[in-house]
Ligand binder design. Structure first.
Ligand SMILES: *Cc1c(COP(=O)(O)O)cnc(C)c1O
Length: 234
């Protein structure tokens, strides 16, 4: 079911809420980027998002994303946000500029190998399981430092930040400790100079909790349902 408002109206509403969250937390609106998550919708609906001037597009499965990338190509900047299996890396590298779900060294090395073959560099986020739920992907916070240190050595990966998924909770406020935990971890890693350059980015916050994530320092929010709608297919 699509939300009743037009895409333009939904964008306006989301922008207002982002601005308010920035104002509440004393942040600059320019630090917060929107990734429109189009995994629920068609190529045509994704084109509409681009027509509205949103160019960062998120997809969580290679097979669903490839027809869109084929049709829309370089008009968008593609973000891979889903769990990534090593045997799917070949479908992702060269097409997606950002990968948000690097959570193990074997995966990072596979991405590096494919990127090297193409002469490219991929921007990556290390996904961290801050909430500690068994069902969540991501490296344990205590192991993030050693993983980042290893990824830092891979020439074709540029680690730019951390990503997390909040648990499903009744009230978005309950997700705050998870978002705060990711920010604190980022600041600790930077204080310890784990990477050559400080990592600046935090990919956190979705339709239900993006305002809390922004208050806690998100620089990329990943918005599907609230912005693009759910579409008919999943
Ligand atoms: C689907 C998805 C989103 C967007 O979810 P909504 O709740 O629809 O905004 C964000 N991040 C990831 C990793 C996703 O898989």
């Amino acid at each position: 079911m699509n939300p009743p408002l037009s895409l333009q109206d939904r964008m306006k509403e989301v922008n207002n809420r982002i601005e308010a969250a920035c104002a509440r937390s004393g942040r600059n609106r320019n630090e917060v980027h929107i990734i429109a998550v189009t995994k629920y919708v068609s190529v045509e609906a994704t084109q509409e998002v681009l027509d509205q001037g949103l160019f960062h597009i998120g997809e969580n499965r290679a097979q669903n994303a490839l027809p869109k990338i084929e049709a829309l190509g370089d008009t968008a900047i593609w973000h891979y946000i889903g769990h990534l299996q090593s045997n799917k890396v070949k479908d992702v590298v060269g097409k997606f500029s950002y990968i948000h779900s690097v959570d193990r060294l074997s995966l990072a090395k596979e991405i590096n190998k494919k990127a090297e073959a193409l002469g490219e560099q991929v921007n990556v986020f290390v996904q961290v399981n801050v909430s500690g739920e068994a069902s969540k992907q991501g490296v344990e916070p205590s192991e993030a430092k050693s993983l980042l240190a290893e990824i830092n050595k891979l020439a074709h990966l540029k680690v730019i930040g951390l990503m997390t998924m909040a648990p499903i909770v009744d009230k978005p406020e309950q997700a705050r400790p998870v978002f705060r935990g990711l920010r604190v971890l980022r600041d600790e890693l930077n204080a310890e100079h784990v990477t050559d350059e400080p990592i600046t980015e935090l990919s956190m916050g979705m339709s239900d909790d993006f305002e809390i994530a922004i208050e806690e320092g998100a620089t990329w929010v990943r918005l599907g349902t609230i912005l693009v709608g759910k579409g008919e297919t999943m």
